[in-house]
Design a protein around this ligand. Sequence first.
Ligand code: NOJ
Ligand code: CA
Length: 732
Amino acid sequence: MKNRFSLLIAVVALSFSVGVPWLSAAPAGKKVQIEKVVTSPDNKISLAFSLTDGTPAYAVNFKKRPVILSSALGFDLKDGAMKTGFTLLDAMKSSKDETWIQPWGEEREGHNHYNELAVTLQQAGDQGRKLRIVFRVFDDAIAFRYEWPEQAALKDFDIMDELTEFVFPADHMALWQPAFRPQASEQLYAKTRLSELLRQTRLEHGDASAGDNPKKDPVKAVTTPLIMQTDDGIFLVIHEADLTDYAAMELQPRDNNTLKCYLAPWSDGVRVKASAPSVSPWRFVMISDKLSDIVEKTSATALNLNPPSRIADTSWIKPGKYVGIWWGMHLGKYTWNPSKPGEGSSDGLGATTKNTREYIDFAGKYGFSGVLVEGWNMGWARDWVAHAAEFSFTEPNPEFDLPGLAAYAHEKGVDLISHHETGAVITNYEAQVEAAFAQCERLGIHHVKSGYVGMEPRVNRYDTNGRLIGAEYLDGQYMVRHYRKIAILAAKYHIMLDAHEPIKDTGEQRTWPNFMSREGARGQEYNAWAADGGNPPNHDVNLVFTRFLSGPFDFTPGVIQVTYPQYKKNNRVNTTAAKQLAMYVTFYSPLQMAADLPENYEKHLDLFQFIVDVPADWEETHMLNGEIGEYVTMARKQRGGEDWFIGSITNEKKHDFDLPLKFLANNKTYTAEIYRDADDADWKTNPIAYKIEKRLVTRDSILSLHLAPGGGEAIRLKPATQKEQETLKTKG
Ligand code: NOJ
Ligand code: CA
C-alpha cells in the first residue's frame, strides 16, 4: 500500500514540470534525460535540476541570463560515491510565504517567501542508496541542501568530499578573504577577478604555470560569504546557512570560472562524520542587479534557512551597548596579568574592583547596559597563550570582588559581561563551562564574551584521558559542534553569547537567539598592535560587503581618540573620528561596544553623544548607496521609536554626494543631528577634525555629505520638537 501510494505521488509530481529550452543544467554536449525547473515567486530567477546519464547537476538563470552554468552536485563517501548512477524517484514542488518576528535584528520582520523543488534520487545497484536534494528559489536567492533519508543501505557514513560546484559564465570580480589562516578569519580582503584567485591557489599547490610571485601568500580556499560582481552589473554572494553538524564550507577556485565547495577535514582525513537521517547545511547564492538587495538580504536569507527559535521565552534576550576594561589592555594602559602591575606605561591589572566600579558608574551614567571585564579570572599570570590550559572560568583574581561587583552593577542598571578566553584549549573549557554558566546565572550575569586565541588555524583535540588525538580545524566539524554546544548550554543558563575567534555566522541565531554576536574578521583590536599598522581605511568598507553579509559582528567601534602616542607610537586607528561614529550604523551588532577609554569620551562629550543615542536594535534597514570596497551609506530605523540613523563611510578616497531622504515618514519634520568630518579633515593628517550641526529636514530634503579621505558621517534624525521647528533652519 505504502509503495503504491508513493508511486502515485511520484507520477503526479513528475507530470507538472517540463524542461525550459533556455535553461539547462545538462553538462555541455550532453543530452539531458530529466530536467525539473523551479522559479522564484517573481519569476526572475529560474533554477533547473537535471539528471544526465544518472549524474545530477543544477543551473540558474537571472532575468533569462545564465548566472550559474551546469554545476556538479554529490559526494564521495568513504565506502562509495553518491554522484552518479541515480534515477529520479520523485520530484515534489511546494511554496511558502510566511512572516516571522525577529526578537532582535536589522529588521523587525523576517519575510520567508520561496518556491521549492525537492528531488529524491536513488542509485542503481544492490545498495540502492537514496539522496534527496531540496532547492528553494527566493526573489533574490537560490538555495539547496542535501538530505540523507533513513534507509537500510546507509547508517553511519563518512564524507570524504562534497562535490558541489558553482560554475560561472565569466571571470567575475570578487572581494575575497583567504581561508585557513591563523585566528579565525582575521585577514584583510583582496579584490581581484576569479582568474587571479585561481592563480594564487595554484601557487599554493606549487604549480609552475601559476608563475612566481613571492610577495603574495598562496591561497588554499576563500571564506564565505563571497561577493562577486559581473561585468554586466549583477551581484552574487555565495554563503551557507544552518551549519549545525558539518564542516564549514570554504570555496576553492577551479578551472573555467568555477568555485568548488571545500570542507576542512578532521585530523583523520574524513571531512564530515554523519548518520542517516541527516542533512547538510544550505548552500545559497544571492542574485540581484541591486547591490542594496545583497547587503540588506543576505543575512536575512540565512535566517530564513534556519529553523525557528528553540527558546520559547526570549524576553531575557536584549540587545544593548557596552563599555569595558578592554581597549586599555590592547593599548598597554592596563594588563590582563595580575603579577605584572605597574610595568612600563601600564597602570597595572585592569580587572580590579576599583576600576570595575568606575566603569560601572560610567556605564550607568550614560545608559550602557553592559560592562565587559577581561582578566577577571585566574589564569592570566603566565604567558596565557602558552598556558591556556590553566584558565579557570569560575575563580576570580584576588583583586576582583565578583559577587560584590555583580551586585553593584545591578544597582546601577548594568550587567557585567563575563569573559571566557579559552586560548583554544577546548577540553579545559568544556570541562568547566557548565559550572561557569551556572555561576553567572546565580550572580545574575547574563552575558559572556568568549575567545579562542591560538587557532593556527587548528586546535588540539584530546581524549578523555588527556591524550592528544589530533589537531582540528576551526572550520571543521569538531569546532562547529563545539560552538553549537556552547550556544545551547548558554541558553540553558540564560546567557547571551558574544564569541570571538568564532565559527562563521550562518544564521543559527534564528534558532538560538542568545548567540547574539561574534567576531570572525579583523576588528578594531588590530589598530592597537598590528605590525602592519592596523586596518587600512578600505577595510571597514570591505567588511560591509563581506563579513557583515553573514550577520552581527562585534567589531568594537567608537575609538574616537584615533591616535595614542603615549601608549603606542607605531599604531593608530586609520580613520577620522566621525567615521568611528558612522560605524554604529554601517556595522550591525545587537551587542555594540563603545570601545574607547572613558577619559577619551569625557574629553569629547559632544561626539560621544551620538554613541549614547544610537540604538543596537532596528525596525528596518536600508543601504542607500555604495560601491564594493569604495563607500557605503546605510539608514536604519530605531526599533520601537521614530528616530532614523544614517551612517556613511568611505575608504582612503574622499567622497562627496547628495543624499535624498525619501525613506522618512510623510508630513513629518525631523531634526537632523549631523556629526561630520570638518572640511579639512583627513584620516592621515587631521583625523579628529569634526563638525556637529543641527538642521530641520523632511522626506523631500536632500543632504549634501562630505566624507573626508578615510572619513565618515553619522546622522540622527528625530521628530523635531516645536521649539526646534521655530529655531532651526530647514535644509531644502
Ligand atoms: C582576542 C579577542 O578578539 C579580544 O577581544 C580579546 O581582548 C583577546 N582575545 C583576549 O582574550
Ligand atoms: Ca580577535
